[in-house]
Design a protein around this ligand. Structure first.
Ligand code: DGJ
Length: 742
């Protein structure tokens, strides 16, 4: 389909070329009223029908002005009468602003033409609609430089993907200093921005603040582990602080595993321009004539029903389109990282398999530490790059472990970090030219390691073979955890030589090249995306991965906040949550927190008491029963941990006959009192039995509503006391809500 679009694109360019040649002077843009002011509103081009990019509830509308420029004239709920899109205020917001002319706010695109001219004057050429994709073609009024704005809509989910494609036929290379995937304009009474920031072991902390006049930037310059400090997501409320279930909210993210930038520019008229795309930091693109440069897609949903609906839209979109095999059940693993770190051998691992069997899990996931011969991986100082078994730890090889796991009815998965190298490795000595590092400066280590140069096709080939050869040799390997434990600093590619400008972008494309090649051969192998915790969590990579590791912080109290943040953008089936021994919370609390997303274990099972083992095995059975509801149901966040010393959320299935509620107290105060919580998403006329499940060994429910039947109307108006009894910190409840037929 892309190819067809490209052919049409050239046809459009040819037409405009002819038009431009015929009228030597392009139409005038609207002039500012006063010198230094922003340009006045444009008159719409007579007879031009607005271009409507529509989903079931939302419309993004563009108009062409009499000056030939493209304007965004609407972004909001769909109007009943489409003729009225043209009845609003005169179009004022140029859709995709080229730098260097009269608009001096943040541009969408900055280029330097082959002759050195640093300006771009984009005019509408034509547009095409093919299925759910609309492409609007723009061209410079003088230069043979064209921009295609792509919009792909997912009507049922109210989600739109938008990206930009650039071509030119100038005499020499053109330098693109920056180009956005998307520019959106807003005129609202009170912009509030929710961002998701943090650091290692404190990922996805939510923070909301008003957007005042001026520029605000959310970005990353970290390259390989781009989301460690700032995650590539935002929610924008247009009428004051965002609310959970009502109010206009736009949720946006860039599908890009690299440096991103979201720029929010509020001007003197209180209009907001949101420019989203690859971070231009040290990333000029030199584009040869006839070649195309395509940006990654910006993905957004808009709703008038608050943050909750925005999240549900993205979850449903992700399950169908955004995440690899998003409609398939996931495996429930026992991972050994927290339990052993690198201190294990063959016998110890085989012993751990029994724990996985006793818990009733699907998979044993062998983490870091199994490789390296001359430089054994006994800690994080050595071995990265040498992907052969450590013969002292695993004398019979991985194949033996795969077979032993199989005998016990378990699948076997493996940890890899194939983009990295320790100086203490055979790879480092064999291929010094494969490593990103600055000339004439000392190497800078993080976690004692360096980044391989994935800009180099030979390195892509090597990384591909690390995975491919392993899977070919030990064909029983059924799962991969792909880790990446350092950001890029001091980035310089020996392969790129004097053309370092494209390093960050080429690296990400190199990463995708490897994954795309692997996915052709292993289309359904489950893979976990990990980057020293949640340093890489984006919908660019999740086209190739089935799930991701959100954080190395598995203290369940902290996890309530971390998983809450991820729930804004990702469905529960993709958010890995393992029961570990970290923190001081009870096993029940730790289990209930892990169960609200994709459950797994990383614990020494033989240290559990018989009661704890029984509780855990029951929890795994319960999770198996509930995982379609948790993973793919409608999420309603009921009480935010950011607003109270407790948190509650629920999942409801598509028929509204089954729901599950998770409730947690956090760091509560003495004699704190909590109100009943109205549930959401149920059928008001339905009758539901409320049953507390996952009870700790030897306890029974103290909730007076336990095992009683209520109407959906009552549950959604009067609510339930989700946190009954004496309130203690770090206590949890799970309620199964099922339809009562009698
Ligand atoms: C960082 C990951 O987040 C952990 O889960 C673990 O795999 C370690 N790396 C291993 O080095």
């Amino acid at each position: 389909m892309r190819r067809r679009t490209a052919a049409m694109f050239f046809c459009a360019v040819a037409l405009v070329g002819a038009a431009a040649a015929a009228s030597a002077r392009p139409a005038e843009r609207p002039a500012p009223a006063q010198p230094g002011e922003r340009p006045a509103a444009a008159q719409p081009a007579p007879g031009f029908a607005p271009i409507r990019i529509e989903t079931t509830h939302v419309a993004l509308v563009f108009t062409v002005g009499a000056d030939g420029s493209l304007y965004q004239s609407w972004l909001g709920p769909r109007l009943a009468d489409t003729a009225e899109y043209a009845a609003g205020p005169a179009p004022r917001h140029e859709a995709f602003i080229g730098a260097g002319l009269s608009d001096l706010a943040e541009p969408a695109i900055t280029v330097t033409h082959a002759d050195g001219n640093p300006s771009l004057d984009l005019r509408y050429v034509r547009h095409e609609v093919t299925g759910n994709e609309t492409v609007i073609y723009l061209k410079d009024s003088v230069y043979p430089f064209t921009v295609a704005l792509h919009f792909k809509t997912f009507a049922d989910q109210d989600v739109t993907e938008t990206w930009t494609e650039i071509r030119h036929s100038e005499k020499k290379v053109v330098t693109i200093e920056e180009v956005a995937s998307s520019v959106l304009h807003f005129d609202g009474p009170g912009y509030h921005l929710t961002e998701f920031h943090g650091g290692y072991a404190s990922e996805m902390q939510m923070e909301e603040s008003p957007l005042e006049n001026g520029v605000r930037i959310l970005d990353s310059k970290l390259g390989t582990r781009p989301d460690m400090y700032q995650a590539p997501f935002f929610m924008l409320s247009l009428d004051g602080p965002a609310r959970e279930e009502n109010g206009p909210v736009l949720a946006g993210t860039l599908a890009w595993t690299g440096n991103f930038r979201f720029l929010f520019d509020v001007d003197e008229r209180h209009s907001l321009r949101v420019v989203s795309g690859i971070n231009p930091y040290r990333s000029p693109v030199t584009l040869e004539p006839g070649r195309a440069f395509t940006t990654p897609p910006f993905i957004f949903t808009y709703t008038t029903n608050g943050k909750g609906q925005a999240s549900r839209n993205l979850h449903h979109w992700a399950a169908r389109y955004g995440i690899m095999d998003g409609d398939q059940p996931r495996l429930t693993p026992l991972n050994n990282w927290e339990a052993t770190h690198t201190g294990f051998d063959e016998q110890k691992l085989v012993g751990l398999f029994d724990g996985a069997v006793r818990l009733g899990l699907d998979l044993f996931l062998l983490d870091d530490g199994w490789f390296g011969d001359k430089y054994p991986r006994d800690n994080d100082k050595a071995g990265l790059g040498d992907w052969m078994e450590n013969p002292r730890k695993l004398p019979d090889g991985l194949g033996y472990l795969v077979r032993e796991a199989d005998k016990k009815g378990l699948r076997f998965g493996i940890w890899l970090e194939p983009e990295m190298v320790n100086p203490a490795s055979e790879l480092y000595h064999a291929h010094p030219d494969w490593i990103l590092r600055l000339p004439n400066r000392p190497e800078q280590y993080q976690r004692n390691q360096l980044v391989l140069d994935l800009c180099n096709p030979a390195v892509q080939e090597y990384v591909y073979h690390v995975v491919h050869d392993l899977l070919q040799r030990d064909t029983g390997i059924a799962y991969i955890k792909w880790d990446c434990n350092r950001p890029m600093t001091d980035a310089w590619s020996p392969f790129l030589g004097e053309h370092q400008g494209s390093l960050y972008i080429d690296y990400t494309h190199g990463f995708y090249n490897v994954l795309a090649r692997l996915r052709k051969e292993y289309p359904h192998l489950p893979m976990m995306l990990c980057a020293g915790g949640g340093g890489r969590t984006d919908y660019g990579a999740l086209r190739y991965f089935t799930e991701f590791w959100p954080s190395d912080n598995t203290d369940a109290l902290e996890r309530v906040f971390i998983q809450w943040g991820y729930s804004c953008f990702f469905p529960a089936f993709s958010i890995c949550a393992h029961v570990t021994s970290m923190g001081r919370e009870s096993l029940k609390f730790r289990t209930d927190v892990a169960m609200m997303d994709k459950l797994g274990y990383d614990i020494q099972v033989d240290r559990l008491t018989p009661e704890e083992l029984t509780f855990s095995a029951n929890a795994v059975r319960t999770y198996r029963r509930l995982s379609p509801l948790i993973g793919w149901g409608d999420l309603y966040r009921l009480v935010s941990p950011y607003e109270e010393h407790r948190a509650a959320l629920m999942y409801v299935d598509s028929t509204r006959t089954h729901a599950v509620v998770f409730a947690y107290t956090l760091q509560t105060r003495h004699q704190e009192f909590f109100y009943r919580v109205p549930l959401r998403g149920l059928d008001p006329s339905g009758r539901y039995r409320v049953k507390e499940i996952n009870l700790a060994p030897g306890t029974h429910s103290v909730n007076p509503d336990d095992d009683k039947v209520f109407s959906g109307d009552f549950l959604m108006k009067a609510g339930l006391q989700l946190t009954p009894g004496r309130i203690n910190p770090a206590t949890s409840w799970v309620y199964d809500i099922t339809t009562e037929n009698d």
